[in-house]
Ligand binder design. Structure first.
Ligand SMILES: [Zn+2]
Length: 257
């Protein structure tokens, strides 16, 4: 199998792909793109794992998003552990805190994030973290779980947040927003994250990069994200592909190409 580039975070199991999931996968595969498909609910985690089982360039993550933290039970935690013990699941995600939408109460989000982070650590797996308007609490939870490793996905935060995550050994993953015209300060953060700690993603079906902003996104467009990183860092796009692929293999150690 040829994989020369990775979309580190795309929800191909999402209903937004019900009409053309195989085509979206094939369009990415025609460019040798590998894909990590995170869950966001128990059901979508199982769907991600099932999709990965039948698609050789797909690996899955199992986890419950902060939006659904309120539904998360002890039984779900045991089910996640069971899912995470089988390939193609290679990590826990996406998990985290979202104080923008606040679909679940803060304290519940924090507890569910902590429980899933502890699970990942116990299993020796990386986490994929979503953090929106919750930088301080995100760092506080991670600090409670020594030895946790992983990725902050779709980074849109401050320079100080990026620095704190890097100090913890985390990888920083950038998505379509780095291509938006007004995203000057975010592109500065891209410039500052060391190349060996940087990942790229689409977060499909969300956040299409420019010039497709507002349209449904798909894994193929990770190429556009790579181009923006390349321009920002004075690398070639091929160099960005190669380095971010190497980074994926060290962040998600169970992936074998
Ligand atoms: Zn996501």
């Amino acid at each position: 199998m040829m994989v020369t580039c990775f979309d580190s975070h795309c929800h191909l199991q999402d209903p937004a792909f019900d009409g053309d999931r195989e085509d979206a996968y094939s369009r990415a595969r025609a460019q040798n793109i590998g894909m990590i498909v995170p869950g966001y609910t128990m059901e979508s985690s199982a769907q991600a794992a099932a999709f990965g089982k039948t698609h050789e360039a797909v690996w899955a993550l199992a986890g419950v998003h902060p939006h659904d933290a309120e539904t998360f039970t002890g039984r779900d935690l045991r089910a996640l552990e069971e899912m995470a013990s089988q390939r193609p699941v290679v990590g826990i995600g996406e998990i985290g805190l979202d104080y923008h939408y606040m679909n679940s109460p803060k304290e519940t989000q924090k507890r569910v994030f902590l429980e899933q982070t502890q699970l990942a650590c116990r299993l020796g797996l990386p986490v994929s973290v979503h953090s929106r308007e919750a930088e301080e609490d995100t760092l506080e939870i991670l600090a409670q779980v020594p030895g946790v490793r992983g990725v902050l996905h779709c980074f849109t935060g401050s320079e100080a947040f990026a620095a704190a995550l890097l100090a913890r050994g985390f990888y920083i993953s950038f998505a379509g927003p780095i291509s938006f015209k007004s995203a000057h300060s975010l592109r500065e953060v891209v410039g500052q994250v060391p190349m060996d700690r940087l990942l790229i993603e689409t977060d499909s079906p969300y956040l299409s990069p420019a010039p497709w902003r507002g349209q449904r996104n798909e894994p193929l467009r990770v190429i556009r994200v790579a181009e923006v990183v390349a321009a920002q860092k004075n690398y070639s796009t091929q160099q960005v592909f190669a380095q971010t692929t190497a980074n994926i293999l060290s962040a998600f150690r169970l992936i074998e190409i």
